[in-house]
Structures are given as C-alpha cells and as structure tokens.
Ligand binder design. Sequence first.
Ligand code: FES
Length: 190
Amino acid sequence: MGELQSSERRSALRVVGGILLSALGLAWAIPAALFATSPVRRRRGSTSDAKQPGSEEDRATSVPIASLSEVPDLDQGGEPLRAAVVASGLRDAWNRLDQTKLGSVFVGKRAGALTALSATCPHAGCGIDYDGSRRQFVCPCHNSAFSIDGQRISGPAPRDMDRLDVSEKGGTVFCQFQRFRLALKNKVPV
Ligand code: FES
C-alpha cells in the first residue's frame, strides 16, 4: 500500500514538474519570438514615414540637399554644387538611425531647371569629381570623363552619369535619391 502511494506521488510530481517546465519554456519563448520578429511586424504595421535602408521603400528617398539660393546656374559659368545626401529617420532592423549618408549628388541649374546627377560612377562605384578647368566630370579610378550635363565622353563607364529627380519646395531643393546597378548600359534601380 505504502509502495503504491509513493509511486503515485512520484508520478504526480513528474506531471507537475513537466507542466512547470513547459510554462517556463513558453514564458521565455514568447518574448524571444516577439523580439526576433519585431522589425518585420513594425514594417508591416508601420504608419511612420521612416524608411528601411535597402528596402523597396528606400529605393527612392526624398532628401533635402541644398537651399535654392546656393544652387549655381551652369549656363552662367557656375560649377555644379556637390551636395551630400543625408537622410534622417531611417531604420535598420532594430534601430532608428538619426543621420545616414546615402551618397552625393551634383546639383545645378540648366536653362532655368534644376538638375541633379549622382556622384557615384556607373562603372565601378567610385566617387566622381568635377574638374573646373575642363568643365567636365572625371572619375579618378579609371579616368572616365563626362560632360557638365553628365553625358559620357570617354573611359570605361558604360553609361552617362545617373540623373536623379529633383524638386524645390519653400526654397529647399529635394533630391529623390536612388542607387543604380553598376557596370550596366542601362539605369537599373538597385
Ligand atoms: S569607377 Fe569610375 S571609371 Fe571606373
């Protein structure tokens, strides 16, 4: 009789222990799963303007790059203004990033209209410079040269400099920043 009772007690303890271990496992697993999937859920449910770097949304990011008054008139002999494209409020998986440099552009006015050219060389991605003495853009890596309007003149670059959409609002110039695949004849967004 005593033997039977202690065997039943052991079984009952095993069941209770199993339940407690399962509960502990769940208590750990649920927050861990929520944490691991939070960026995905945030992306699906987000109503904020913040964009994900490298994602579909980030493919064209509108960023203020200059004030209208500082944009040179290229027809009047002005030199293209090199402007950094810095976005704020982007997110990577878990963090909101205050300031993220996306790239650089050359901005100017041509026939009264704003123009913006990506400073990333379409050959292999080096930074393009402006050579005032030649009034041309030049890439220091493999000597590609481009006209002041971004047309390819010489060198291994397979296409013209990448033109970007640009607009003005309230005296501020905004660039619709985008990256394009390198070493292709056509502009293909990344
Ligand atoms: S990276 Fe510009 S010419 Fe090669």
